[in-house]
Design a protein around this ligand. Sequence first.
Ligand SMILES: Cc1cc2nc3c(=O)[nH]c(=O)nc-3n(C[C@H](O)[C@H](O)[C@H](O)COP(=O)(O)OP(=O)(O)OC[C@H]3O[C@@H](n4cnc5c(N)ncnc54)[C@H](O)[C@@H]3O)c2cc1C
Length: 438
Amino acid sequence: MKICIIGGGITGLSAGYKLSKSGHQVSIFESGSFLGGQASTIKIEDFEIEKAYHHLFATDKSILNLYKELGINNELNWYKSSVATYSEGKIWKTTSPLDLLKLSLIPFKERVNLFFISIKLKMMKNWKKIENETAFDWLSKRVKNKTFEIIFKPLLEGKFGRYYNKIPMPWFWSKIQTRVSSRNYKLQEVLCYPEKSFSNLIQTLEKEITNNGGEIFLNTKVTEIKKKSNEIESINIIDRDDNVTNIKFDIVISTVPYNILGKLISLNSSLSKDMNEVEYMSAIVMILVLEKKVSDFYWLSIADNSFPFLGLIEHTNLIPKKFYSNRNILYITNYVEKENPLLELNYEELLEKYLPFIKKINNSFDKKWIKDFRFSKINYAQPIFPLNYSEKIIPLKLPVRGLYSGNTAQIYPEDRGTNYSVDIANKIITLIESDYKK
Ligand SMILES: Cc1cc2nc3c(=O)[nH]c(=O)nc-3n(C[C@H](O)[C@H](O)[C@H](O)COP(=O)(O)OP(=O)(O)OC[C@H]3O[C@@H](n4cnc5c(N)ncnc54)[C@H](O)[C@@H]3O)c2cc1C
């Protein structure tokens, strides 16, 4: 069958790989000039690295299996992670449950309470019970005052901006599940990262697709999906020279966010309404290549609203520096609403805003430490779901014969991630096999 895939991110590439392997004629159209979407990498000096920090968890079975199937799982390494929180002018180690119990930032009784709440969430299996409550309400009712004010409120505000009190509780529940499941028998969190970054996965998928006879078109945007008698007929594409072409297909798999898909094809009004209920935050991610490290931790969450960023992710506190010309790699991360003025700033302007706050983390930090930098703004980085989303979630198979859609807004209650992109691609393939079986 002739299959069109819209989007060359991990969902599109993994679907393209498996479908082309089963003998389908696959064409992937990617509007950008590179593959990998949100997981894409860039070259700095002589190494490749993700534009936005990426790691995998022990629970990420679908992507770990894909690595195995492609024969590149020998490049997957596991590293001990280290986590801390910046609050009240200090860095507090929050790597293990024991660190939480020792966290003198909050009264001892509250620490014990927090410990039991995390156990309760870990043991909870039916997340639908908490689906009609926001994380803000659920936590503020159960976590003691100081813990909530010092830790959770600033974290929710920092991560979700004006949506801070609207995030469904299953998001927080799933975070606890993933993080606890990534701990080894010593309760140490271990994270996975491929030796040559995610670029080898992306390149291997690309190679496999083309070897299987598939085609990949970069700088080519799908502008319309045409249907006839409620069945997929063709798509319109526009290339970088503004040439518009119409191509016939039997099946279209969209991997783009719903607001983009909604503009490509008209669907029934109740479906369009549900699609529009999902909002998105953008990410602003700065990579600094540094002479020295800023902190001793891989993941430093900022629980202080005066900061203009949400966290420092020190990649080389997880992965050895030898892979990065012995430099220190620091990501400064931010999630913002799409109208946030920070999105208008260029690298220099943003760095000027960030510098005094990096100095708060490490007083000896000096701009001269910066040897190189990269800077990305990523749209549709974090979907924001309404309450009781499981009742509204859009199915992977849409009510036009031959049309399927898999995107980050279908990942719920888990937080979106490359593993779920592979998983969604697998599920779409199973649907196609069953819908078109001879
Ligand atoms: C800051 C940040 C940190 C993250 N950290 C992690 C992590 O640690 N671990 C992890 O596993 N995941 C992480 N993720 C999530 C992960 O990167 C994404 O969930 C995953 O890559 C999404 O893949 P996708 O293919 O579904 O979507 P995308 O990557 O968004 O791909 C969709 C593609 O469609 C293209 N497109 C859009 N419109 C059109 C059109 N009209 N025609 C043609 N092409 C079009 C886009 O250019 C894009 O390339 C992170 C994401 C961000 C933003």
